[in-house]
Design a protein around this ligand. Sequence first.
Ligand SMILES: Cc1ncc(COP(=O)(O)O)c(C=O)c1O
Ligand SMILES: N[C@@H](CCCC[NH3+])C(=O)O
Length: 437
Amino acid sequence: MSVFAYRHGELHAEALPVSRLAAEVGTPFFCYSHAAIASAYDEFATAVKGLPALVCYALKANSNLAVIASLARRGAGADVVSEGELRQALAAGIPPEKIIFSGVGKTAAEMRFALETGIRQLNIESLPELRLLDQVARAVGRKAPVALRVNPDVDARTHAKISTGKAENKFGIELGLIREAYREAAGLAGIEVRGLALHIGSQLTDLEPYRAAFTRLAELTAELRRQGLAVDRLDLGGGIGIAYRGEQPPSIADYVRVVRETVAPLGTELVFEPGRRLVGNAGILVSRVLFVKPGASRDFVIIDAAMNDLLRPALYDAYHAILPVAEPASDAPVKRFDVVGPICESGDRMAEQRPLPPLQPGDLLAICQAGAYSAVMGSGYNTRLPAPEILVHGDAFDIVRARPDYQAILARDHVPGWLEPVPGPQSQAKGARGAAE
Ligand SMILES: Cc1ncc(COP(=O)(O)O)c(C=O)c1O
Ligand SMILES: N[C@@H](CCCC[NH3+])C(=O)O
């Protein structure tokens, strides 16, 4: 059951009416539900019970500190792809031995930081990266625990921009080279090669690509072992989808059944890296209608959230359900609208020709499934400030990322978010004097 549901004629987030949250926080804002995050994690944890498994939440889906901390408290590890995410995981209380560092382009500085922190494993995606890590590890006097990511050349049957396991994708070491790479890794003084990793794509709603990839991984593991190489960890990546528009993604129990049938008999440690499935359904983006603009060919609803807040529709033509916060009467007339933001691009459109009940300026809309790849993909385009984020638990909520205010920016105070303080006229004048002196 969704934690975002209509009660007493309006949308609630757990026990709180969304209109009350909007009045207190201001729009647009992201609203996350603690209960939804907890129940998604628990579904995963229950399904892997009995397996030697670690669930490492992929922070890229949502790296809000409070969200990560909710998962950390339930025992999750982390899958990170940058020094920033690694620092964020540590700050949220995830112990280093539960952290995996993935990604196709780690810098030497990131490698050094990861080794000094003592994380569980770095997933390596190419021979040049392996050799650089070997050098860095020897320079800091450590042995780097490594899994080699293989590209299994499997079609994940998802959007081309988020498919990662085909030979033409940049990810992983290709099947034809992986055996040689593993042998090389096993001989490097700075590397302790522990196993293999893969991740075939995101928003998968079908189990067959997983079965194909895991079967290849099992065959490869058996082959490496026959050659006398130790393989004691398999990292199966993430990718399990959620329903945005009536898709029927598999249950975690069914997904884990495929794992039990393919790789589990090898007896290795298993790592899972779910992102979207843990947090995607746990968030909405709440926005206010600014104007309703009838047009000759289309009618527009102009809202105060934009592609800088939620990029998915513009980037992938992604569908997100949009709900009026005030529950429409069952017999309310419905018209088709393009729901658009204020940014100066025609692509700044949350929905195209979406059937909606009559709307007025000031009405609130909830854009659904905004817990994953939403706030994290935000930008400052059109010099818009980042939308605040709140976390609801029961009948209480915390502001877990505040809206910066322009006065604070101008006063050069600390600004949460990525916007740099704007130098005020005074400091500019001082700078100019300094240069002349
Ligand atoms: C290596 C890796 N692991 C895990 C994930 C998380 O994916 P998802 O959010 O689809 O579970 C990704 C992103 O697709 C990834 O690139
Ligand atoms: N950003 C993508 C998911 C990418 C997954 C990262 N490997 C999305 O919004 O669906």
